[in-house]
Design a protein around this ligand. Structure first.
Ligand SMILES: NC(=O)c1ccc[n+]([C@@H]2O[C@H](COP(=O)([O-])OP(=O)(O)OC[C@H]3O[C@@H](n4cnc5c(N)ncnc54)[C@H](O)[C@@H]3O)[C@@H](O)[C@H]2O)c1
Length: 362
């Protein structure tokens, strides 16, 4: 399958590794900064003859890829994805798929109209530990789910935010809930049944006065099925990335995933299980080199088979929209100081411009 990547920055290595591992034919790399595309080509020892483009329109026209991954600044995802879809390509869109619900809807409308597949790049769904929890959930082992919690206790310093102008801006990125925490927010909503009725949020910028968005967020979710969700997200954790956890509490079981990016099972207790099972599962996990994890490879494998079998990808565009909607609902509630009901009317990260301007904390 002919594959191209648009956006050759930090996360691009995971994409090229996943493309190679899955036997895709890489036909082009594209980046506004052509040297970023060149250094990616060199890092993976791709042929010198591999075409590099600064303009993705030209790349689509000349190379006609069947599958394109979009890993550019978040605020550019929707326009680029829609152009790729309209060129007839299947598309993997890095998270968040867009920064406004209107843009997410444009992607979904184009996907339907063109009859292609769109995958939202929430790769942690493929973590072995997450798959273990999902299987128990699907088998009904938790019984009625009472509530779930997620905590993203990471750290991003000034050098990270200053490494590129788009980071932490409302127009291109959002704050930590939209960037770092959206993976866990996707997992929580997915595990608890997707159908969120109401959201209460609080957000703040506690330690990063040079970014526009939040560096800290808290939220409560009430689901239509009667369960509850709790979210805590921070990039202010002293000493570096500490943990990303996901815990589900049901009437007949509980499970906690931990590690730096929900890559390990920390607790596993079920009424229909025994101590031996708990001990075995509690040792299960992966040790990725960074918080991006190993999931891109499986996500690509799933997307390729979704295209070949003409089925929805495991993480489809609707899932990407739901994760985005949850973050925007937290932003809306936090800004208005009151709960918001879902579905959320149109909302965009740029609606919150100026929210933390002048934040000074002693
Ligand atoms: N799934 C994950 O775990 C994960 C991890 C990191 C980043 N991301 C997401 O991936 C995206 C990129 O993040 P990053 O950290 O790699 O950013 P980055 O700034 O390191 O790289 C982005 C690259 O895109 C290029 N670019 C921007 N607009 C372009 C355009 N119109 N055409 C061609 N190239 C363009 C830039 O020149 C840059 O090289 C973001 O949306 C981010 O949220 C996801």
């Amino acid at each position: 399958m002919r594959y191209a990547l648009i956006g050759c920055g930090r996360v691009s290595h995971n994409h090229i590794a996943a493309a190679l591992d899955n036997g895709l034919e890489i036909v082009a790399l594209c980046d506004l900064e052509i040297e970023n595309a060149a250094s990616l080509r060199d890092k993976f020892a791709l042929p010198d003859s591999l075409p590099l483009f600064a303009d993705y329109h030209e790349m689509l026209r000349v190379c006609q890829p069947e599958l394109v991954a979009v890993a550019t600044f978040s605020g550019t995802h929707a326009d680029i994805a829609v152009d790729c879809i309209e060129a007839g390509c299947h598309v993997i869109i890095e998270k968040p798929i867009a920064l406004s619900l209107a843009d997410a809807d444009r992607i979904i409308e184009a996907e339907k109209r063109m009859g292609v597949k769109v995958c939202a790049n929430h790769q942690n769904r493929f973590n072995a530990a997450v798959q273990q929890m999902r299987a128990a959930r699907r088998a009904g082992r938790f019984g009625k789910i009472l509530y779930g919690t997620t905590a993203i206790r990471w750290s991003r310093d000034e050098a990270y935010y200053r490494s590129a102008d788009w980071r932490g801006t409302w127009a291109q990125d959002g704050g930590t809930l939209m960037n770092q925490c959206i993976h866990a927010i996707d997992l929580l909503r997915w595990m608890l049944g997707n159908d969120v009725a109401e959201v209460v949020g609080m957000t703040d910028n506690l330690m990063h006065p040079y970014i526009e968005g939040e560096d800290f967020g808290l939220a409560l979710l009430r689901f239509a099925n009667g369960s509850y969700g709790v979210i805590e997200g921070s990039v202010n954790t002293f000493g570096g990335d500490w943990e990303e956890t996901l815990t589900l509490f049901g009437e007949k079981g509980m499970a906690k995933l931990g590690g730096t990016c929900v890559n390990r099972v920390d607790a596993w207790r079920f009424a229909d299980g025994d101590a031996a099972e708990s001990q075995e599962v509690e040792n299960c996990g992966e040790n990725p080199p960074n918080v991006y994890g190993f999931g891109h490879k499986s996500l690509y494998a799933d997307m390729i088979s979704a295209i070949c079998d003409d089925r929805k990808p495991y993480v489809d565009s609707a899932a990407g929209r739901r994760a985005l909607e949850t973050v925007l609902a937290i932003y809306r509630s936090a800004a208005d100081g009151k709960p918001v009901k879902l579905p959320l009317p149109d909302c965009a990260s740029t609606d919150f411009e100026g929210r933390f301007d002048g934040n000074v904390h002693s």
